[in-house]
Design a binder for this molecule. Structure first.
Ligand code: PRX
Length: 652
């Protein structure tokens, strides 16, 4: 390893803008208390990664049987903590029962303001009962279970119940359509799907049961759909349907966890890639548990008495790692909120922070920007003095929003941790440590010890400090994805196809002179729309699936609130009129096939799409067109992009 040890002298080098030193209270009591300590650990991890990770693994979780080998690395295949046996549900629940049975594990608040607390004892009981219920349906170790639930405690119960019996969960965000659900359940070969009659969102009921049953009809492996009563009781009417209440009734309150090998698969989570259909990112038990537990403690400084609110939905990886597993492994209290951030009013979030006395708050830049736009009067109506640490994730945060967050929400006293990671990384990778790292607004700062992040050019050469390049991770880490479910070739190509043995993130980044990382967004055809990850190819194929579209190209354009907005360029089949309504109909079609998060913000009709002589769509040109020009008043104009392409010549 030729890289020098991370710098420990950030304070003196004001490379860009302001630097905020770690607050003294954190430098005194956080897990890592100085940049020197961070530097020592990073160096230790670099010199002997196996010793470093082995020590972390023993520290973080309970192993029923110890591991004997830390890592077996045959790129691109990693196996961590070999021969170790553990169970994640045990680490989240049973481990705390003797000390925290009566402590609240989940504080739930529904959108209609119904509330429910579950103690560790109660959560353990609910998990055991559902685990027993799933077993009674024939679900066992290695089987796949779909979860399509609103953000209610049963969603966490469902995940933990699967982990308890060694079944893999595959959570599908409740905002996805029946078609998107069906595609994911088919790919996973799910046996059972857990859903609810509905969930609340902006005062409306999301028709989850209807979507689930529709999907189940198309997926032959799905034997049962278990329906939780949430928005109004419906009697089961479909042959595959069984009610949640009847499934768990009479099940024992305690059930022995299935001790699984460290590499036993834990979950599949679908995420967007640059081509084709969503990828089933597969995570396994031991490595994921270790890294998620560790990052929750180190990055969020989570203590058992803390009330932690991560606003992400459990349908995304942030919800998996930092709503459910991380806080529970650490014996904390996690807040679960079902509904929309602005319902019934723009201060719903701050009302929740005040009433639940939230200590650690973790959200996305897009939410911060919306709150900032509404003005500080909304948070100012509430007592936010319980907050002591703030986090962001999901997309780059602009320094202005970062400073607003720190000053207005954090009262200038809470450190802000801008955490960079991905569905594939399982846990946080590049982030400040609140007691150690001076922060610079807009930078995710430094990689955690043991994470060898590098900025390289297309040929794998290190890029000089200050210049942009591609972000790689040069060594495996415990919570890395293990494969793309059912498609190992895609795994190898997408993540290890750029540089042998190095994980390619798909992100652009640069390091400043202090070695701080500044994330620059995706370099592939993946876009981040309001913190949600979407593949432009998915949206394109949804558009083309409408019989009237001949070809579609979808690109991102910068958007003040969402980070990126989706612009679709569409050519129509012969004889189809580019009428105004068609635009709305196509947007509706995308919503039906994927979900509202993929609905294009703008659809522009074009005579032809600009292409290179070899037939590749010139996306860069389209991105320029999408961001540079205002939409003309006449919304049905057909653009002649071919002319533009000709003017520009073949350059992509
Ligand atoms: O582009 C990066 C962006 O989100 C992508 C990962 O999306 P997803 O798998 O949905 O996971 C999101 C939550 C972990 C990354 O490739 N991203 C995530 N966090 C940051 C970020 N970009 C900049 N700064 C961040 N802190």
């Amino acid at each position: 390893m030729s890289e020098p040890a991370p710098s420990t002298e950030i304070h003196s080098v004001l490379s860009e803008g302001r630097v905020f030193p770690p607050p003294e209270s954190f430098s005194r009591a956080a897990h890592i208390r100085s940049l020197e300590e961070y530097g020592r650990l990073a160096l230790e991890a670099r010199r002997d990664p196996d010793a470093y990770w082995g020590a972390r693994a023993r520290e973080e979780i309970f192993w029923k049987e110890p591991f004997r080998t830390v890592l077996e690395w045959k790129p691109p295949d990693a196996r961590w903590f070999i021969e170790g046996k553990t169970n994640l549900s045990y680490n989240c629940l049973d481990r705390h029962l003797s000390t925290r049975r009566a402590q609240v594990a989940i504080r739930f608040e529904g959108e209609p303001e119904d509330r429910r607390n579950l103690t560790y004892g109660e959560l353990h009981r609910e998990v055991c009962r559902l685990a027993g219920g799933l077993k009674s349906l024939g679900v066992g170790k290695g089987d796949r279970v779909g979860i399509y639930l609103p953000q209610v405690p049963e969603a966490a119960v469902a995940m933990l119940a699967c982990a308890r019996i060694g079944a893999l969960h595959s959570v599908v965000f409740a905002g996805f359509s029946a078609e998107a659900l069906q595609e994911r359940m088919k790919d996973a070969g799910a046996k059972v799907l857990l859903t609810a009659d509905g969930g609340w969102r902006k005062g409306q009921v999301v028709p989850l049961r209807k979507n689930a049953l529709e999907a189940a009809r198309q997926v032959s492996t799905l034997e049962r759909v278990v329906v939780l009563g949430r928005t109004g009781a419906v009697a089961p009417s479909d042959p595959k349907e069984v009610s949640w209440a009847s499934l768990v009734s009479g099940q024992p309150e305690s059930l022995e966890p299935e001790w699984v090998e460290s590499e036993h698969p834990l979950f599949i989570l679908y995420t967007s890639g640059s081509t084709g259909k969503p990828k089933g990112v597969l995570h396994t038990t031991g490595g994921y548990s270790v890294n998620v537990s560790l990052t929750t403690r180190w990055v969020f400084d989570l203590k058992p008495d803390d009330i932690f609110w991560c606003t992400a939905d459990i349908g995304w990886v942030t919800g998996h790692s930092y709503v459910v597993y991380g806080p529970l492994m650490n014996g904390g209290t996690t807040v679960l909120y079902e509904g929309a951030p602005m319902t019934p009013g723009p201060d719903r979030f701050w009302d929740i922070v005040e009433r639940h006395r939230v200590n650690v708050f973790y959200t996305a830049p897009t939410a911060i920007r919306s709150f900032m736009r509404l003005g500080r009067e909304w948070p100012d109506r509430h007592d936010l003095s319980s907050l002591r640490l703030l986090g962001t994730v999901g997309e780059p945060i602009n320094p202005e929003a970062w400073i607003w967050y720190r000053e207005v929400i954090g009262g200038g006293r809470c450190p802000v941790v801008d955490t960079w990671w991905q569905t594939e990384t399982g846990a946080i990778m590049i982030t400040p440590l609140p007691g150690a790292t001076p922060t610079k607004p807009g930078s995710a700062t430094l990689p955690l010890p043991g994470i060898e992040a590098e900025v390289l050019d297309r040929h794998g050469r290190p890029v000089p400090r200050g210049q942009g390049g591609l972000l790689f991770v040069a060594r495996p880490w415990p919570s890395m994805l293990r494969t793309v479910y059912g498609d190992p070739e895609r795994y190898a190509k997408a993540y290890f196809g750029e540089q042998p043995g190095k994980y390619f993130t798909g992100d652009g980044a640069r390091q400043d002179e202090d070695g701080y990382f500044w994330l620059m967004g995706r370099v592939d055809d993946v876009v981040n729309v309001a913190g949600h990850r979407l593949g432009t190819a998915e949206v394109e194929s949804a558009l083309v699936a409408d019989g009237r579209v001949s070809e579609a190209a979808v690109v991102g354009r910068p958007d003040e609130l969402k980070g990126t907005a989706l612009v679709a360029f569409v050519t129509l089949k012969k004889g189809v009129e580019p009428k105004g309504e068609l635009r709305a109909e196509l947007a509706e079609h995308v919503t039906k096939l994927i979900g509202a998060i993929a609905r294009p913000d703008e659809i522009r009709f074009a005579e032809a799409l600009p292409k290179t002589r070899s037939g590749k769509i010139m996306r860069r040109l389209l991105r320029d067109v999408a961001s540079g020009r205002q939409t003309t008043g006449d919304t049905t104009t057909l653009e002649d992009l071919g002319v533009l392409a000709a003017l520009r010549g073949e350059e992509e």
